[in-house]
Design a protein around this ligand. Structure first.
Ligand code: DGY
Length: 320
């Protein structure tokens, strides 16, 4: 029997994924579950035929240029591929896949949690009860912003944007969206299409970001675009930190232009931006949009499906 291809798992993916991977691959698992440096990635490329990176492993142009020709495929354990220089990988003939679809609901759930938590003052409320400081109640106490029936602006109506819109419809929200292409009418479910960000933003009493991070979308939310939003809006970001100019968002929170924000993604990860910590109207999570047992298994299995197809000589479903 031919030798099994060697597969590197640089992060601790789900146990079910590791078990299935071992059936068809010689697995090298990074038990330490730490982030590999550029040199470690390059060194590993001489030992393996395939890697299953997460968004934490960076394949910059420099790293890709130094990869050993033995490496044939990066089967990403993520839908986002902004950590990969796709042009450089293509030029090296290395196949790249991702894991779309399977994390849309889990990520949309976190967007809903952040939207509700930011709007209804979850951080402040939890702190008051938890610390024993809750000694007062009145009809004017901790009044927040109602989500039900409000206008929601979605930037990026791909799979996650659509999953979020579906959940938001359960809250009777009036949905507006901006996407490079308008959805087919039967997929809009009554949402209003805007052909520019400038047209969408004035509708964003609530604004949720669901587009990929690319050079074009970097700092999409900045001092200028934040001014186009209605005063007192709520911002939600479960996509990528790079979409938001964090200094501009902090200034908008300070001025009241933005009433609250729910953030699962930051420019610097891990770590986040400590400057947000002074704002109790900012509800933050540590990039856990897709972190459920079911979704982690589904992401790992989708990545393995792509690998299995590749090594069987078929085109992987999610080849980029
Ligand atoms: C993704 O899949 O892009 C998520 O952000 C987790 O990496």
């Amino acid at each position: 029997m031919a030798d099994k291809p060697v597969l590197w798992l640089p992060r601790r993916v789900s146990d079910a994924t590791v078990a299935r991977a071992r059936e068809n691959y010689e697995v090298i698992l990074n038990e330490a579950d730490d982030v590999s440096t550029a040199d470690e990635i390059v060194a590993m490329s001489a030992r393996v035929d395939a890697m299953m990176p997460c968004h934490s492993e960076i394949f910059s142009e420099d790293v890709v240029g130094r990869l050993d020709p033995r490496l044939k495929i990066l089967a990403n354990h993520s839908v986002g591929v902004d950590h990969c220089d796709l042009a450089a990988l293509r030029a090296r003939g290395i196949a790249v896949t991702n894991t779309p679809d399977v994390l849309s609901d889990a990520t949309a759930e976190i967007a809903m949690l952040l939207m509700l938590g930011a709007a209804r003052r979850a951080v402040e409320g939890d702190r008051i009860v938890r610390s024993g400081a809750w000694d007062f109640w009145s009809p004017s106490f901790m009044v927040g912003k109602q989500v039900s029936g409000a206008r929601l602006a979605i930037v990026g109506m791909g799979r996650v944007g659509q999953a979020f819109a579906k959940k938001a419809r359960g809250f009777d929200m009036e949905i507006h969206y901006y996407n490079r292409q308008r959805l087919a009418e039967d997929k809009e479910f009554g949402a209003t299409y805007h052909n520019s960000l400038e047209s969408l933003l004035p509708k964003g009493d609530f604004l949720s970001l669901h587009c990929p991070a690319t050079p074009e979308t970097k700092n999409l939310l900045n001092a200028e675009t934040l001014r186009l939003l209605p005063e007192g809006c709520v911002i939600v970001n479960t996509a990528r930190g790079a979409l938001v100019d964090e200094a501009a968002l902090i200034a908008a929170l300070r001025s009241g232009q933005v009433a609250a924000a729910g953030l699962d993604c930051f420019v610097k990860e891990p770590g986040g931006n400590p400057a947000f910590a002074e704002f109790e109207n900012v509800f933050m999570l540590p990039h856990i949009g897709s972190a459920t047992v079911r979704t982690r298994d589904a992401m790992g299995f989708r990545a393995l499906d792509n690998l299995d197809a590749f090594f069987a000589g078929r085109t992987p479903k999610d080849l980029l």
